[in-house]
Design a protein around this ligand. Sequence first.
Ligand code: PPS
Length: 295
Amino acid sequence: MSLGPDQFTRPEIFDFHGVSMTHYFTDNWENVQNFQARPDDILIATYPKAGTTWVSYILDQLYFGQMERQTSVPIFDRVPFLEIILPSVISGKDLVDNLPTSPRLIKTHYPVQFVPKSFWEQNCRIVYVARNAKDNMVSYFHFERMNMVQPEPGDWSSYIPRFMEGNMVFGPWYDHVNGWWKKKQTYPKLHYMFYEDLVEDTGREIDKLCCFLGLSRSDEEKRRVTDGSHFDNMKKDGMANYSISPVMDFKISPFMRKGKVGDWKNHFSVAQSQLFDEDYKKQMTDVTLQFRSEL
Ligand code: PPS
């Protein structure tokens, strides 16, 4: 019998070294902390729902675009999720260890302080993607509705305070984006990018990525990656749209949902938005880190 969403149990959130987590991302903690990075590994780090899959797809295309793997291996196996461990499924860490590619592209949602030390020791390149809080929250809400290994999200009005309090898997959005932003000041091999910039001009952001990664690609090649990674194309791509993930129920919501900046306006009431903004100002005091919630 093949695995499906019914076979998984929604987890409880608990405090883990000061961060809200679920056991699907902590059960393999020791092994993950002892992970041996290689100097050419590339870590793609994000708060959940900030554009991980999009940037994974772009990097995978830039490095391995013309290979047969792209049409036969799902993105979550090409760019494994380091800390995930689900029953009856190979762990993310073992998937990374078995990757045939070089460089290895590795996904994580860890806050910066959880990253295994060998990434720092090996001076690996890291791409961090951040997304404005309101759209990030909306996307997370719909994701928790359809993903059976996430906690039950409840209704929207109770979800907003939960997000503001940081009682989310992988902890508060605020700490995550700030923690990685601070790291950038002392770790030069970290490229910090924004989902909104990618939506505004994907080609420009791909140029910046190539520069950071030391990749020279022809204009034609970069155009192919820009067009190929368009939301509509990725949504149709069975290897990129998560349609074969065993834990997601697409009858509730698709993984590739809207891909827009500003969808929060369809979810927040005026009063909810005002309350959120007031709290945001208190939590986000570093003026050097600015997000755009509309374009
Ligand atoms: S996850 O589960 O944390 O890895 O999810 P993640 O990939 O970080 O985020 C999913 C959201 O990113 C949107 N997405 C895109 N937007 C624009 N263009 C492209 N190509 C693209 N690919 C993924 C996806 O639709 C989710 O956002 P929402 O707002 O829910 O649509």
